[in-house]
Every structure is written in structure tokens, then in C-alpha cells.
Design a protein around this ligand. Structure first.
Ligand SMILES: [Fe+2]
Length: 158
């Protein structure tokens, strides 16, 4: 969606894409904070990674709020969306890298399949099926493959 935003020409299109980006990211941060982050902290006790991720979410949410409040007529509109993209890119990299959050979650005794399910259920509650363009069904982790949950979490921002 971010790349579509970059190449979009009309203000209406940019505005629509920004709204979708913000909604998707608000949903993602909300479900992670409600379900995945607490489960991660409980399973690993890793406050450093956990707190850093929380602060990154806070930064992203602040920008999202500003984008939503000020709209496309704000002369910092595009700059805010661009910086939001950079923040998310950084955040996802930190989560996915070796020794990062997903990696640590996978090597802990956390039940990733159950957590993945909860994430999906909560997301559907928040967005409704119509809001899920990727087709959530396809991302439900396969039986017995706990890595599936990690994959679900990785694809969220794309
Ligand atoms: Fe996150």
C-alpha cells in the first residue's frame, strides 16, 4: 500500500490509500499489543525487546493520529506518510531479524499457533471480513506448524 501511495498521482487516491494504511496499521498495532506482545513478554521475559517494540508502536500511532486528523490538505501529509513507512520498515526489520521478536517467540515455549489464531480472530472483529483484502483464511497457520503464526505476523504489513 505504501508503494501505491508513492506512485499515486491524485490527491483523492493518496487520501484514500493513507486512510487504508492507517486503518490497517492501527488494527495491527492494536492486536499485537493486546495479544502477541503480552504473550511474548510472558514467555520470554525479554523486557528490552518488548519495550522497544512498544515504543516504536507509540511513535507509529502518533503519526497515524496526525495523518488521520490533519488529512491530505496538511502540507506535511506526504512527509508524515513517508516517515510512517520508514518507521514501519524499521519496526518490521527489528521484529524479523535473527534474535528479534519473532525469532525469540519461535524458540520459546509460546504457543504460536494459538496466538496466531487469536490475532486473526481479533483482527476480523476489528476490521470485519470486508476489511481484509489479503484473505485471512489463507494465512491461518497450518495444523501443527507453529511457524505459520510467525508467517502470519510477518505478512501483516505488506
Ligand atoms: Fe509490532
Amino acid at each position: 500500500m505504501f508503494s501505491e501511495f508513492e506512485s499515486a498521482r491524485s490527491q483523492d487516491r493518496k487520501s484514500e490509500l493513507a486512510a487504508r494504511i492507517c486503518l490497517a496499521l492501527r488494527t495491527h498495532t492494536a492486536i499485537e499489543e493486546a495479544i502477541f506482545y503480552p504473550a511474548f513478554l510472558e514467555a520470554t521475559g525479554d523486557t528490552e525487546i518488548h519495550h522497544e517494540a512498544e515504543i516504536e508502536h507509540e511513535g507509529a500511532k502518533r503519526l497515524i493520529g496526525e495523518i488521520e486528523r490533519n488529512g491530505p490538505s496538511d502540507d506535511h501529509f506526504e512527509a508524515r506518510v513517508t516517515v510512517l513507512q520508514e518507521m514501519i520498515r524499521h519496526h518490521v526489520k527489528e521484529e524479523e531479524q535473527r534474535g528479534g521478536m519473532f525469532n525469540k517467540a519461535q524458540s520459546s515455549d509460546m504457543d504460536l499457533r494459538a496466538v496466531g489464531r487469536q490475532l486473526i480472530e481479533r483482527k476480523l472483529e476489528l476490521m470485519g471480513e470486508g476489511g481484509d483484502e489479503g484473505g485471512m483464511q489463507n494465512r491461518i497457520p497450518p495444523q501443527g506448524r507453529s511457524r505459520g503464526a510467525g508467517r502470519e505476523m510477518r505478512t501483516r504489513y505488506s
